[in-house]
Each structure stands twice: as C-alpha cells, then as structure tokens.
Design a binder for this molecule. Structure first.
Ligand code: GRF
Length: 191
C-alpha cells in the first residue's frame, strides 16, 4: 500500500510533530513524514526531525517580498517532495487564503478545544472561566476562516475542581498526541 506523504508545519516545541513521527515508525502505519517546515529557525521540533533523518527547512517570512511569496515557497518545497497532506502542528501564523485554498481538503490542524467552542488562543483559560465540565482537542480540515473547517475527530478530558490553564493544557496535550495520528490514519485509509 502506498503511504500518505505528510508535510508538517511547526513554529516551536513540536511535540505533536514528534507524536506523528513516532506513529509513522510503526510499519503498518499508513503515512510517512517526508518534510518538516518551520517559520522559526530555533524551533526545537526542527532539531528532532533532522535527527530522525527527515528533510527539514526553516522558511523565513523576512526573506520574502510578502506573505504570498513566502507561502508560495512553502508550497514549492512541499510539492517538490510530493506531499499529499499538510499537518499544521503548532504553526503559529495565520495562513493567507490563497495558500489555504491551494491545499484545501489536503491540510489539517490540531486545535486545543472542542470545536466549534473556543476558536483562537487561550482556549484552556476560557473554558475554565466559563465553568465548562470538559475540554479537549480537535483535528480539523483547514479553511480560510480560523479554526472553522470540518472536524475529523475529537478527544475529551474532564475539567476538575481547581484546574488551571497549565494543568488542563498538560492533560489535553496527552490526548493531542494520540488524536493527531488517529486523524491521519482515518484520512489515509480513505485516500
Ligand atoms: C498544541 O497545543 C496544539 O493544539 C496547538 O499548538 C500547540 C502546539 O504544541 N495548535 P506542539 O508544538 O505540538 O508541542
């Protein structure tokens, strides 16, 4: 069976990227990571991917005339590697519509809330402040509207008494690391 070729975009720590890379190590996993791109040269995730012999690149917005040119370079690099699916994994920049439209249906993201609730930033604190009983994470297709594309799958955790944004983030992250590979598997099986 042909494996789904993944391109991952990160900006920092890259723990979700790492979870995906680790899942792809299982011989029967239906996807492989062929390239990791970061907009930050010092992203810890780049070092990890490089050490795993994965093709990596730091693509710096400042080196381009504008954001469209910068994102065109990302597309060029992913297409040169025949990427089938882009996985945004802590990529902290809003993407221009032209890039999103080019990859629509072929680009997914992980978001630390139970979408459609809590789009955007500070998801955990907002859920706690609202007195929610549960929180979680979602993997969804990327569309031009932020965090609004079709949800592929979700995982839930309870919000306990005395929960802080930090403790909740830690709990949700454990679920993120299982959910992202699961979402990729679901897509690969239909590909
Ligand atoms: C995760 O919480 C993810 O849900 C959000 O950004 C964070 C990235 O963490 N989109 P990491 O870089 O994968 O460790």
């Amino acid at each position: 069976m042909k494996k789904l070729r993944l391109g991952i975009m990160i900006s920092g720590r890259g723990s979700n990227m790492r979870a995906i890379v680790e899942a792809c190590r299982q011989p029967d996993f239906p996807a492989e990571v062929v390239m990791v791109i970061s907009n930050k040269g010092d992203a810890a995730g780049l070092v990890y991917a490089h050490n795993c012999s994965i093709e990596t690149a730091h693509v710096n917005l400042k080196s381009f005339e504008d954001k469209d040119a910068y994102e065109a370079e990302i597309t060029r690099r992913f297409e040169a590697m025949n990427v089938d699916l882009i996985c945004l994994a802590g990529y902290m920049r809003i993407l221009n519509d032209s890039f999103v439209q080019h990859w629509q249906g072929r680009m997914i993201n992980i978001h630390p809330s139970l979408l459609p609730k809590y789009k955007g930033l500070n998801t955990h604190q907002r859920a706690i402040d609202d007195g929610e009983a549960e929180a979680g994470c979602s993997v969804h297709y990327v569309v031009p509207d932020l965090d609004s594309g079709e949800v592929i799958c979700q995982a839930k955790v309870a919000i306990d008494a005395g929960e802080t944004a930090e403790s909740l983030a830690t709990k949700v992250l454990v679920e993120e690391h299982k959910l992202y590979p699961h979402a990729i598997k679901l897509i690969a099986e239909k590909f």
